[in-house]
Design a protein around this ligand. Structure first.
Ligand code: PLP
Ligand code: ZN
Length: 403
């Protein structure tokens, strides 16, 4: 929660306007134990229980009139962790298409099916949103560099945003990370370290390096900013639907930041009256691969947390997260929303991506294919009713996975 003395003095040497000690308009609240702390430019896990911290804003929230006339996710800056006159670090993330897929809706038996296509984001995945927010907060703090463990896309995003900020970056990724994604990380000048094992092993290596180097660890949910960036997919979805939300959202879930962030955004928007306070929120559906489905298993066991998934394996590498740190929050969002979680097999994931490419013109990543395959199964079994309006997320570009 507090900065090390070295980071403070490094920072003072830089003399930036967002001083670590300067008052900010947000505060932190632990998502698990309720511990609260004054806001700052940097925080990691809750100091009393080591669970993720949420950013909280003073009430009342601004009205929708506070939306800025700009065409990136920072149009929602009034409800994001950024100071009034601060220019965010942006590469134009956000404002991605929400396309109606009529023939798919007909084939799958849904009243209406929309695809939110994050493949067109800078760095070709929705990870851009989180990194834009994280680097906006930490870039002036004088850290010697930034480090992240990743299944690939968060590494590309970190590499690109760190390059834009002029800060060194190091990325720890499993050897199974698709080659084009590895090449993208290197193209932006980041140092890529391949790790034998899964993202949990990469996380351990990243934390060890952070401890010895002073690099900031911006792992999923270990710091509060990436969640605030991802939150914008939920706000943007509401704005694209003229301030209503769909009946169902199907999201390919790994670490779970997106599900948790959308659920936070929906609650905040409802409390603030940005969306109808009396309308039901969407049912949240988690899509996973059957070679790594810790959330599906925990949900159906009635558990509050996941058990680590043994030998996680799937070509939808973004979903290869055997023990998500935010498991409790993912499960809570799914249960509170009345949603569900479902695992699909590798060939259905492939078929799903092919269908999005051939029937909707969207060159989906395997994770997007997983979400579509899950949607088909949920509709087929009536778990999503045929009269529903469904939003399926394609989280990244298929191009990056073609070895
Ligand atoms: C990271 C990632 C996911 C998983 O997202 P979470 O928010 O961590 O659950 C899904 N698809 C792609 C392409 C990703 O990069
Ligand atoms: Zn706590």
């Amino acid at each position: 929660m507090t900065l090390s003395r070295e980071a403070m003095s490094r920072h003072e040497a830089l003399g930036t306007s967002q001083r670590p000690g300067a008052p900010v308009r947000w505060s932190f609240e632990c998502s698990a134990c309720g511990h609260t702390a004054p806001g700052a430019n940097y925080a990691q896990l809750c100091p009393s229980c080591a669970q993720p911290l949420f950013v909280r804003y003073p009430s009342p929230w601004p009205t929708r009139d506070a939306i800025a006339p700009r065409w990136d996710m920072w149009r929602y800056r009034a409800v994001m962790p950024v100071a009034a006159r601060e220019e965010p670090l942006t590469l134009g993330e956000g404002c991605t298409p929400l396309s109606e897929a009529r023939s798919l809706a007909r084939d799958l038996g849904a009243r209406r099916l929309l695809v939110k296509n994050e493949a067109v984001s800078p760095t070709t995945s929705f990870k851009a949103r989180g990194m834009s927010a994280a680097l906006t907060r930490v870039r002036h703090m004088g850290f010697p560099g930034l480090v992240v463990p990743t299944n690939g896309n968060a590494g590309v995003a970190l590499a690109a945003y760190a390059a834009a900020a002029g800060i060194p970056a190091r990325v720890y990724a499993p050897t199974a990370t698709p080659r084009p994604i590895q090449a993208q990380v290197r193209a932006h000048g980041a140092e890529l370290r391949l790790v034998d094992g899964h993202i949990g092993d990469a996380g351990a290596a990243a934390r060890e390096f952070a401890a010895e180097s002073g690099y900031v660890d911006i792992s999923t949910l270990r710091e509060p900013w990436r969640l605030e960036g991802k939150k914008t997919i939920g706000i943007e979805l509401a704005e694209q639907l003229d301030w209503r939300l769909p009946d169902a959202i199907v999201f390919p879930t790994g670490g779970g930041i997106a599900i948790i962030a959308m659920w936070k955004a929906f609650g905040e928007m409802r409390d603030a009256g940005w969306i109808d306070r009396d309308a039901p929120l969407p049912r949240m559906y988690v899509a996973q691969a059957d070679g790594c489905a810790p959330v599906v298993r925990a949900l159906h066991e009635g558990a509050e947390r996941t058990r680590g998934w043994e030998a996680p394996a799937t070509h939808a590498t973004g979903l290869r997260v055997p023990a998500p740190l935010g498991d409790r929050l993912i499960l809570r969002a799914v249960r509170e929303s009345g949603g569900d979680a479902i695992a699909v097999c590798e060939s259905d994931i492939e078929a799903g991506a092919r269908t999005l490419a051939r029937s909707a013109g969207i060159d989906a990543c395997p994770e997007g294919g997983c979400a579509l395959a899950a949607t088909a199964e949920l509709l087929r079994t009536g778990r999503i009713p045929a009269d529903a309006e469904v939003v399926v997320f394609n989280t990244g570009s298929g191009v990056a996975y073609r070895n």
